[in-house]
Design a protein around this ligand. Sequence first.
Ligand code: NAP
Length: 463
Amino acid sequence: MTYQTINPYTNEVVATFPDATKEEVEAAITAAHEAFLSWRETAFSTRTAFLAKAAELLRADKRRYAELLTLEMGKLIAEAEAEVDLSADILQYYADQGGSLLETVTVPVAYAAEGEVEIVSEPLGVLLSVEPWNFPYYQVVRVAAPQLLAGNTILLKHASNVPQAAAMFDDLFARAGLPAGVFQNLYLPHELTEYVINDPRVRGVALTGSEEAGSIIASYAAKAVKKSTLELGGADAFVVLKDADMDKTVDWAVFGRYWNAGQVCVSAKRIIVVDEVFDEFLAKFRTGVAALKTGDPMDPKTTLAPMSSQGAADKLAGQVAEAVAGGAKAETLGDPVPSVGAFSQPTILTGMDPKNPSYYEEFFGPVAIVIRVKDEAEAIAVANDSPFGLGGSVFTKDTKNGEKVARKIDTGMVYVNHPTMVKADIPFGGVKHSGYGHELTNLGIQEFINKKVIDIVDINAAF
Ligand code: NAP
């Protein structure tokens, strides 16, 4: 495998980086462990000062950081700037928390003469963070900000198509005052992943990516008896009930499915519409999708970016062909996409049903599946008929009923009248094949913490 920057807008190779050797990996683990022994002893104020500085540096140079994202994975420059802001928000969120999320608590204990024991929160050690390319900064920060605040140290294995975004963190964090070794980017080849996880100094692994990669990495962790968290794929249901505010719902559906060129784990991948409003929804949705403008992602007039790589575009085209072979209807919309670059023509798939072998797949690009259902009950049943359980949304003017429907959807996150949202102060995580564990907020920081019981017993107390 090769770590390479290939501009998806032109498909030109911009830069290539060598894989880390086994010796380099070994040295990085040693450095991370040694750094851990002192980082864990630092005051929270030292760690929060670093996080706040990193947030400040990102914001101060937003355009430059955003341009790197657009270069490496093709996202629209406005979306790239929003990602820089979101990443800074997450760093600042944890800077603002300080040690409050990890304070020692005392719990009453009936047996103890003292009547209580302490539970202290301690970092585990070196963590491996394996991250995907679709949000090259945000995904890294989701793990790094809380875990560096907690006192853990991190080895980053980023996706092979965003090597410069990965290296950016070494530079940013050093400029923000992080001591050497506390965070290191590694161009880790797949064949050395298990070696890293097996090292006794490495205490956990957090992966965001596909189900396939997740199950491989989690099996390495399980064999080595290490903690893992998995943030995997999704096929979010976007449920449209008969009383939905149709025009606004359609706008959210177009945005929810096509932002980041459809390459979002919580994209509105399955749009489930009740029969009474199906025809109206589909007609308006077609119009909205057809209006998307493909082109240069640096041009503010472009509203649909190229995909992250030619390989991703080819894979998606293959999935659409298979869905059609299985009985679905594919409708392509909008002006023809540029002939050069990793573009994919916006597509709507209808006529998908569970007999179609593609029905349960995740389509990671600008392809919307629109499903007609009889009523609300069937909408919930179809929403839950998925191996995934990441996000989801329900559109209705009756928000009380929207909440009832949300509670019946078997996923980690459901929004009423908004596609699944991503914010610095909302926890993120899924169930079923979308993985386990959480990122962000208090839930995220607790994932790699030793909740250690300390009980101080009076030696003179009765034996
Ligand atoms: P991917 O192929 O699974 O890659 C994700 C990361 O795993 C990359 O760094 C990749 O490195 C690494 N990887 C893959 N196989 C590996 C192995 N055998 N050993 C070590 N590392 C390995 O996923 P992707 O296609 O890039 O990303 C899209 C997927 O991520 C979608 O399914 C999407 O839904 C999911 N995702 C989930 C979330 C969430 O929060 N739940 C967020 C974003 C994306 P290489 O690049 O070197 O292969």
